[in-house]
Design a protein around this ligand. Structure first.
Ligand SMILES: Nc1ncnc2c1ncn2[C@@H]1O[C@H](COP(=O)(O)OP(=O)(O)OP(=O)(O)O)[C@@H](O)[C@H]1O
Ligand SMILES: Nc1ccn([C@@H]2O[C@H](COP(=O)(O)O)[C@@H](O)[C@H]2O)c(=O)n1
Length: 216
């Protein structure tokens, strides 16, 4: 029987939060939701239809159509979709529709690991464990480049770095639900950490929370 445990993970693009979320979900037998995919799904639909990314009415309609059980990570992985996602994500009405769906996922029996930009601050402010995963923009750009090259693609490091910085600015600077650590989040800077080291550090934080639960 999975533990009824809610873990919120936030952080900037390519910080490794998704990798960590998947590892934790697997280890603690929890469901996992990558909320970035929900914004990407809205952006993908807007691009497909040729609608301007600041068209709030159509964006809200597209958000209403998002089905959490049918998010196709591969189909939503394009660079242009990620950039467009950060533009539709500034529309408050879009956020409201998606946050409702994300909260319904979080409320499932057995608990969940949810990653994104506003999980610990807005979507699940009562999560038992909150992690804020960071790494320097240079390290993140290097990781993203290796990602692309491992799939046979080609990209320029400078362009990826510019893109990451632009997206960071947009995500941290928007008025509604900006990217920032919750006051009770554990900060995890993975710049100098391997994936395994980051996982072990996060696991120790969750184990600690579970031990405190037993003492209470
Ligand atoms: N600690 C780490 N050390 C080295 N590489 C890592 C580490 N964590 C993640 N990675 C790699 O960095 C890349 C980006 O990681 P991941 O997709 O988990 O980031 P993310 O924060 O979820 O990104 P996004 O916001 O774009 O969804 C992946 O190729 C992943 O394997
Ligand atoms: N909770 C979230 C999750 C994502 N976003 C926006 O979507 C963009 C794409 O997210 P990825 O995690 O897939 O890179 C991201 O840049 C954010 O603008 C969000 O606002 N809130």
């Amino acid at each position: 029987m999975p533990l009824p445990l809610l873990i919120a993970i936030d952080g900037p693009a390519a910080s490794g939060k998704g990798t960590l979320a998947r590892r934790l979900a697997d280890y603690f037998h929890l469901a996992h939701l990558d909320t970035g995919l929900t914004y990407r799904a809205v952006a993908h639909e807007m691009l497909r239809r040729g609608w301007p990314l600041d068209d709030a009415e159509h964006a809200v309609d597209a958000a209403g159509q998002v089905d959490l059980t049918a998010l196709d990570k591969h189909a939503l992985s394009a660079h242009a979709v990620a950039d467009a996602a950060s533009k539709v994500a500034v529309i408050p009405e879009v956020r409201r529709v998606l946050v409702d769906k994300q909260r319904a996922f979080a409320a499932q029996e057995g608990g969940a690991v949810i990653d994104g930009r506003d999980i610990g601050t807005v979507v699940c402010p009562d999560a038992e464990v909150k992690l804020f995963v960071t790494a320097s923009a240079e390290v993140r750009a290097g990781r993203r480049l290796r990602d692309i090259e491992s799939r046979g693609g080609h990209a320029e490091l400078d362009e990826i770095l510019d893109d990451i910085r632009r997206r960071d600015e947009r995500d941290m600077g928007r008025a509604d639900s900006p990217l920032r650590p919750a006051t009770d989040a554990h900060l995890l800077d993975t710049s100098e950490m391997s994936i395994e080291a980051a996982f072990q550090a996060a696991r120790a934080i969750v184990d600690d929370a579970l031990a405190k639960r037993k003492q209470a």
